[in-house]
Design a protein around this ligand. Sequence first.
Ligand SMILES: [Zn+2]
Length: 335
Amino acid sequence: MTFSTQTKDELAHIFPHKKCCQLAELSALIRLDGTITISPQHKVGLNVTTENAAVARKIFRLAKQVYNMDTEVRVLRRMRLRKKNLYCVRFNQQFLPQETNKHEFFKEIGLLGEDGAVLPGIKKSLVKKQCCKRSYLRGVFLGAGSVNSPESNYHLEIITNSSEFAQALTNLINEFDGLNAKISVRKKWNIVYLKESEQIVFFLNIIGAHQALLNFENIRIVKGMRNQVNRLVNCETANLNKTVNASIKQVENIKLIENTIGIDKLSPRLQEIAILRLNNPDVSLKELGEMMMPAISKSGVNHRMRKIEDLAEELRNSMNLKGKRLKKIKKPENY
Ligand SMILES: [Zn+2]
C-alpha cells in the first residue's frame, strides 16, 4: 500500500461531527470527483467516482447524514488500466427530498453560484469557519490528492481541472500560516502542490491525518540521519584519501632523497620528520606533528614537508632519464 493510499484510508475514516463540516467535505468530494449526468429522459443525476472503497463509503455516509439521501454504490472493474476497481456513488433521480429541487442542491453544494451559473471557484459560505476549511481540504485531498512517501522527494499535490478552482484552492490552503501552495500546469490539469517537508507535515495535520504525519516524520528523521551519516562517512573517506595520497607522495620524495643524496644530508629537523614519515606512512600531518619531540603544529609539519618536496623536485630536475645527476643542486642542508 502506498503512503498516499495509507493517508487516504486514515482520512476516509475520520467523520466530522458538525453538520457544517460534513457539508464542506461532501461538497469538496463532489467538486473534485463528481460528474453531473443527464439521462435519456432528461433527468439530472450525479455520480461521484473514486478508486478508494473507504472514500466511497464516506461519500455514501455523508450524503445520508447531510441530506438524508440514499445513494447507490456501484463497483466498476477496470480490467485494462491499472486493474484497480472504481467505486461510483450514484445520486440517482430520486435522490433529493421532494421539497428541494436539484438546482438548490447544486447551489448549496457549491457547484452552481447564486445566479445559477457554474461556480468555478469555492463557495465562500462552505469554508467560512476554520473547522469547515479543514474539512473541505480533507475532502479535496480525498478527492484528488496524493502525497509521496517521504523516502522519495517531498511532494503533495491535488489535481484539479480548472485554473480558477486551483487558484481558489491555493488561496484557501495559504490562509493557513506557514503554507505556501503553488500551481503548476500539466497538460489540461492545474495542479496545486506543496514541496517542503514542513509544509506537507503541516497540511497533513490540518486535514487530520495524524498517523500519516507521524509515519512521515519518522521516515523523514531516519532519512535525515542517514543523509547525515553518509555525509560524515563521505567526508571522512575524502579526508582519509587526501591523507593517504599526500603521504604516498611524501614517502616517494623521501625515498628519492634517501636513494640519491641520503637522508643524513638533510638538516636535523627535516631528517626527523622524514624518518617519522617513512615509519608512519598512514598517519595525518597533525598526528605526525604530535609524534615529534617536541611536538609541532600541523602547519609546521606541512612547512617541512614542502621543503622536502622542493628538494626532491630539484633532485628530479637535475637528473636525466637514466637517473644520472646532470647538474649540481643546492646543498641539502640549506633546505
Ligand atoms: Zn464546520
